[in-house]
Design a protein around this ligand. Structure first.
Ligand SMILES: *Cc1c(COP(=O)(O)O)cnc(C)c1O
Length: 359
């Protein structure tokens, strides 16, 4: 492999996988149109729904998370449709870019990076603009380390009967998201974030209202056609060749997740995140995100010398992420989602202490 030394991978995806998950992936290939795969996809899908807390359809795409974001847009919108994008960072802007590329009329609501979205500001726009059909929100903004109050946002959106599309790529499976109770019509996630599996699969849930929109949606699509994906799922298949090995991995990781229990997982992420924040402040570092909305899956740290710190940490076997977009060179980020324990983040904090102490 690339290194004999064990790497402490503390970036916000891809995230480390348990040994059992890695071993599950070494299974031989199977016929993706045969009975074994049908059993596998049905079992994985029904457990994904438990984590999503939904009765809605959940479809599995061979893609990264961005594929599920693009699928959300092309399956519910037509060119010229008015949408509201609520952006608090780089990933919020990605929805804007995809929607514009396909010809949507995008109303942008942007908040200062590091802060959360204000549900009242969403309400004010929806009161004014009756044309808006759907609202796009990032649950957990990975570029800034901020978690939006999705429950409050969903109330504002549902009052106006707009479709609610959620990027939950770095939150689902780590931070509570109640798809059905909060009325989220479309929720996207991806295997390499909180799911303790490698990159390669993306997930997307579709409510009855979302399927209703699908019937009228005229944006072009072939690979991302979710109607096709649903038809094939009924036969225990996917329209195109799936990443079979990642299905093996996910089958195992979902088993581990449900064994731990969702509320225990959420508590673990809360505990680990709190430990990271306290530890960083004890090292004299300041946190970038508004502390009332600080994420339990990724922590952003102010540092004008972030690029150097990232490099120094890497030499010690601890891999953290730099800033994205306008935050490049200004912050670094520590990922703590999925397969993460107190010991993992303690090791990261210890390495950081040594690196800081040497200057
Ligand atoms: C990682 C991430 C994405 C993009 O996912 P890819 O798998 O890299 O395509 C989108 N949104 C959020 C919030 C993310 O954390």
């Amino acid at each position: 492999m690339f290194s004999e030394k064990k790497i402490n991978l503390r970036i916000p995806g891809p995230t480390p996988c348990p040994q059992e998950v890695l071993e599950a992936m070494s299974g031989e290939m199977i016929d993706h149109r045969g009975p074994e795969f049908a059993q596998l996809i049905q079992s994985v899908t029904s457990r994904l729904k438990q984590v999503y807390k939904t009765q809605n359809d959940v479809l599995i795409l061979t893609a990264s998370g961005t594929g599920a974001m693009e699928a959300a847009i092309v399956n519910i919108l037509s060119p010229g449709d008015h949408i509201l994008t609520v952006s608090i960072g780089a990933f919020g802007e990605r929805f804007v870019a995809i929607a514009k590329t396909y010809g949507a009329h995008v109303h942008q609501l942007q908040f200062k990076w590091g802060t959360a979205a204000d549900p009242d500001a969403i309400t004010r726009i929806l009161t004014r603009d009756a044309q808006i059909k759907a609202v796009f929100v990032t649950h957990n903004e990975t570029s800034t380390g901020v978690t939006n109050d999705l429950a409050a946002i969903s109330k504002a959106v549902l009052r106006y009967e707009k479709l609610l599309i959620v990027d939950a790529i770095s939150s689902l499976g780590c931070i509570d998201l109640d798809t059905d109770r909060w009325g989220c019509d479309v929720v996207a996630s991806a295997s390499q974030k909180g799911w303790m599996a490698p990159p390669g699969l993306a997930f997307i849930s579709m409510s009855a209202r979302a399927w209703h929109a699908y019937q009228r949606a005229e944006m072009p699509k072939i690979y991302w056609d979710l109607g096709k994906a649903l038809n094939f799922l009924e036969k225990g298949q996917t329209p195109w060749t799936p990443a079979v090995s990642i299905f093996y991995a996910l089958d195992k990781s979902l088993e581990l997740m449900l064994k731990e229990g969702l509320s225990n997982i959420f508590e673990r992420h809360k505990r680990v995140a709190q430990r990271v924040r306290v530890g960083l402040e004890a090292l004299g570092l300041s946190l970038f995100a508004d502390k009332h909305y600080a994420s339990n899956t990724v922590t952003s740290v102010n540092s004008p010398e972030s690029s150097e710190l990232v490099r120094e940490l890497r030499k010690k076997g601890v891999v953290v992420a730099g800033g994205q977009g306008m935050l490049e060179g200004k912050i670094f980020r520590i990922g703590h989602m999925g397969y993460v324990s107190e010991a993992d983040v303690d090791e990261c904090l210890e390495a950081l202490k040594e690196v800081l102490g040497r200057r």
